[in-house]
Ligand binder design. Structure first.
Ligand code: KIV
Ligand code: ZN
Length: 513
């Protein structure tokens, strides 16, 4: 039988460290629920000592998830471990994850600690965490740039102290596959008690090698991979779950391992994470990008029609991409909508369904056919998005070749309706000016992009914005058949996220992490 590789998902923790990708607690719980259905073994839900928001998120995810482990991150200190445990203690399967840097450069310049001090702190931290739970992981931060013999020494000591997982991060994404694979093999050979723990790997994508490095580590005996959906994460991101899992599935002859992932849920969760974080998936992204299964060239199309395997190495259905998806139109009833939403993963309450149905009818009046992408946007943005401080109630825009673009905007701000008129260089500028006047916000717009959600000239426009206020960055997203309305939704979503981040700052002692 094939050995299992444990999939440790850190979308909600390292993934959230992508600039601007903040998620509120309700959003994290929604993603965690889907991660559990996807079959991940562990869900790292946050770093409780770093902020109130992370504490709350770990605590709420712990209440909802029962099959997957819920992981709570901590530095090697009593203070952090206490916060981590307080947040995760009520999970069905709690785990404390302790990290401490082991490379000379980090120990000297970041920690100002000697090897002996780092070793002692790591052991004490693991022992302390073990006083709460048997499930303790130790990560040697910047492991790939650490002295291999020191790594073996520290791994031996923390396993002896009770860690059941030891993790080797390529924190700065510097490793190359052969080197990283060799390091894994070296650790396995030279850490006497390594068989008492699972050897895990955690790769960053700064050189575009995160998935390749993770695979090299697995080939050399690592049995846990730390990954994120769509590969989001700090800087260039982390190993992408979908790339790793689909490589294992597609090339099973070369990789004698298996995972517990239900691959048919991959596409759906990729969309969910992209919609919630506002981080678009690049069209040419492996597995989940819009072009991943699209064959433009005539010669390819011909081959694919004759036999899909001529050019397709994976079946789109394997990741949950179906071509014969049901199309809904304005004559579709509430029952059909409920069933269809269930099929694409949304089990809504009666109240929620009523609201979706109303919005669906309005959309179907504007757009002949409503596709899955439209429904997802409608459910995620129109219904499941948590109650916000700012929301749009009315928008009227005048623009054209001979008029000064003007926008009249009505908004609910903390429950009170207010309106104003703004002008600008173009209609979107006018709308954004009116919104910032109403909300009295001073964010700058760092990036603005529009995409069509589906094909066709009546497609919904999907707008994403990146906003910055002082040092806080937030992404916003909105969809509507009218791109000016979609822009207003995206801008307001970004402002709500900025408010959330301002109200959930890092704890004083965690600043600069
Ligand atoms: O990249 C890293 O080193 C981390 C650790 C906290 C595991 O994210
Ligand atoms: Zn990381």
């Amino acid at each position: 039988m094939k050995e299992k590789v444990y999939i440790f998902d850190t979308t909600l923790r390292d993934g959230e460290q992508s600039p601007g990708a903040s998620m509120n607690t309700a959003e994290k719980v929604r993603i965690a629920t889907q991660l559990e259905k996807l079959g991940v073994d562990a869900i790292e839900a946050g770093f409780p000592a770093s902020s109130e928001g992370d504490f709350e998120a770990v605590s709420e995810v712990s209440k909802k998830v029962s099959n997957s482990e819920v992981v709570s991150l901590a530095r090697a200190s009593v203070h952090d471990i206490d916060w981590a445990w307080k947040a995760v203690s009520h999970a069905a399967r709690p785990k404390i994850h302790i990290f401490l840097a082991t490379s000379d450069i980090h120990m000297q310049y970041k920690l100002a600690m000697s090897r002996e001090e780092v070793l002692k702190s790591a052991v004490e931290a693991v022992k302390y965490a073990r006083s709460f739970t048997e499930n303790v992981e130790f990560s040697a931060e910047d492991g790939s740039r650490s002295d291999p013999d020191f790594l073996c020494q520290i791994f031996e000591a923390v396993i002896e102290a009770g860690a059941n997982v030891v993790n080797l991060p390529d924190t700065v994404g510097y490793a190359v596959p052969a080197e990283y694979g060799e390091l894994v093999a070296y650790i396995r050979k030279n850490t006497p008690n390594i068989d008492k723990a699972i050897l895990s790997v955690h790769c960053h994508n700064d050189l575009g090698l995160a998935t390749a490095n993770t695979l090299a580590a697995i080939e050399n005996g690592a049995r846990q991979a730390e990954v994120t959906i769509n590969g989001i994460g700090e800087r260039a991101g982390n190993t992408s779950l979908e790339e790793l899992v689909m490589t294992i599935n597609t090339r099973h002859a070369f990789l004698p391992v298996t995972t517990g992932i239900d691959t048919t849920r991959i596409y759906r969760i990729s969309r969910l994470v992209s919609m919630i974080t506002g981080i678009m998936v690049q069209p040419n992204k492996a597995i989940v990008g819009a072009n991943a299964f699209a064959h433009e060239a005539g010669i390819h199309q011909h081959g694919v029609l004759q036999n899909p395997m001529t050019y397709e190495i994976m079946k789109p259905e394997t990741i949950g991409l179906t071509t014969n998806r049901l199309v809904m139109g304005k004559h579709s009833g509430k029952h059909a909508l409920r069933e269809h939403l269930k099929n694409i993963g949304y089990d809504l309450s009666e109240e929620e369904l009523k609201l979706v149905f109303k919005k669906f009818k309005a959309l179907a009046d504007k757009k002949k056919v409503v596709l899955d992408e439209d429904l997802e946007a409608l459910v995620n943005e129109g219904v499941l998005r948590t109650a916000d401080i700012y929301s749009l109630t009315y928008l009227h825009v005048t623009a054209g070749t001979t008029v000064m673009p003007t926008a009249t905007v009505k908004m609910l701000i903390s429950g009170n309706e207010t309106f104003c008129t703004g002008s600008g260089n173009g209609p979107i500028d006018a709308v954004f000016n009116a919104i910032s006047q109403l909300t009295e916000t001073r964010s700058s717009l760092l990036r603005f992009s529009v995409n069509a959600l589906t094909g066709g000239t009546d497609a919904q426009g999907e707008v994403t914005v990146r906003l910055k206020e002082e040092e806080v960055i937030a992404l916003g997203r909105g969809a509507d058949p009218d791109i000016i309305t979609a822009s207003a939704y995206a801008y307001i979503n970004g402002l709500n996220r900025l408010e959330y981040l301002k109200n959930h700052p890092p704890r004083k002692e965690a600043e600069g992490l």
